[in-house]
Design a binder for this molecule. Structure first.
Ligand SMILES: [Zn+2]
Length: 336
């Protein structure tokens, strides 16, 4: 099923012609829970990984309030998804047996169980070039793989905790059958539920922090006479996306462009992947794709706007920036 973003209520460049030169395309990924294979683009799905290549690990020390195994995270989601789907309002949500399992998982394991051994990263996304025209695939590559270390204090910055692989799918002769998994997850909301993608290219304009201040002032003044929101309706697409403009900063001032340079070679970086805490929210509801209207009887868990069940911090967005000099350099990630 394809997902189609409704047309913008207004092309903002018709009101502010200077924005026309700043228009860019992005690829909305439209993840939906499914059973992706290594052959397709996915979020949280298995990676087409050559059996002879070491799986990336992170040897940094991380902290978590509780630990869960990857299997516990999957079990918890399976129980809650089933319970909400088959819920009988006269009974409680969970059976006594389910409640016991959920309570045990919520209690988690003692954070001191975390050893200093390097922990395998987990797959975040795998994107084939045929699905995402908006990614700068280095010559000779057609597959981007993104992995991270699922701890809240790990995913921001520039380190081995967040890694990219650009490869040529045809070079992978023997696929790794079973990927290593970390013994423990520090933040279960950094474990994407396996999703298939329905990529769609959309047109975007920059967030306010990448615009001339004088233009921002005029846009905000114009907004006051409308029901439209430049940030919510007219500029960047919400949700998981590749390329396009960076997400707006929502809880702090924007970084200076110099702060966003590649830490390996100091080249400028460009937005690569945007990992949100939901596909749309109250402000950006006009981007909700056709076919995703809420059904009155739809279970509230996991929720139509939360297919991947990833939450960044308190509902922020993790913006990936890739080196424009060498996309193989470590990406920079910023919570925005
Ligand atoms: Zn670089």
């Amino acid at each position: 099923m394809t997902r189609t973003t409704p047309p913008r209520p207004l092309d903002v460049a018709s009101v502010f012609p200077e924005l026309a030169a700043m228009s860019r395309t992005a690829t909305r990924l439209h993840p939906r829970p499914g059973a992706p294979t290594v052959e397709v683009s996915s979020v949280g799905g298995p990676l087409l990984w050559p059996v002879e290549e070491a799986w990336p690990t992170c040897a940094q020390e991380h902290h978590a309030r509780r630990l869960n195994t990857p299997e516990e995270v999957r079990t918890l989601r399976r129980i809650l998804t089933q319970a909400w789907r088959h819920r009988n309002p006269d009974d409680g949500l969970l059976t006594r047996e389910e409640r016991a399992v959920v309570d045990r998982i919520h209690a988690g394991h003692d954070p001191h169980l975390l050893t200093a051994d390097p922990h395998p990263l987990i797959p975040v996304a795998q994107l084939y070039a045929r699905d995402v025209a908006d990614l700068p695939f280095p010559e000779g590559t057609d597959l981007l793989q993104v992995l991270w270390c699922p701890f809240g204090d790990a995913i921001e910055g520039c380190s081995e905790a967040v890694q990219l692989r650009w490869r040529r799918a045809a070079d992978v002769v023997t696929v790794l059958a079973v990927a290593p998994e970390p013994a423990y997850i520090g933040a279960d909301d950094l474990v994407p539920t396996p999703c298939v993608l329905h990529p769609e290219q959309v047109r975007e304009y920059p967030a306010a922090h990448e615009m001339d201040e004088e233009l921002v002032t005029r846009v905000y003044r114009w907004e006051e006479g409308t029901t439209l929101s430049y940030r919510g309706d007219l500029s960047g697409a919400p949700g998981w996306k590749a390329g396009g403009w960076a997400a707006p900063y929502t809880f702090r001032d924007a970084d200076e462009p110099d702060d966003l340079r590649c830490s390996e070679c100091r080249s400028p970086t460009a937005p690569l992947l945007t990992v949100p805490s939901g596909e749309w929210d109250g402000e950006s509801g006009s981007w909700r794709p056709a076919g995703d209207e809420p059904e009155s009887d739809a279970p509230p868990y996991p929720g139509p706007s939360d297919p991947t069940q990833v939450t960044v911090g308190r509902g922020y967005t993790l913006q990936f920036y890739a080196c424009t000099g060498d996309p193989g350099h470590l990406p920079l990630t910023v919570v925005q």
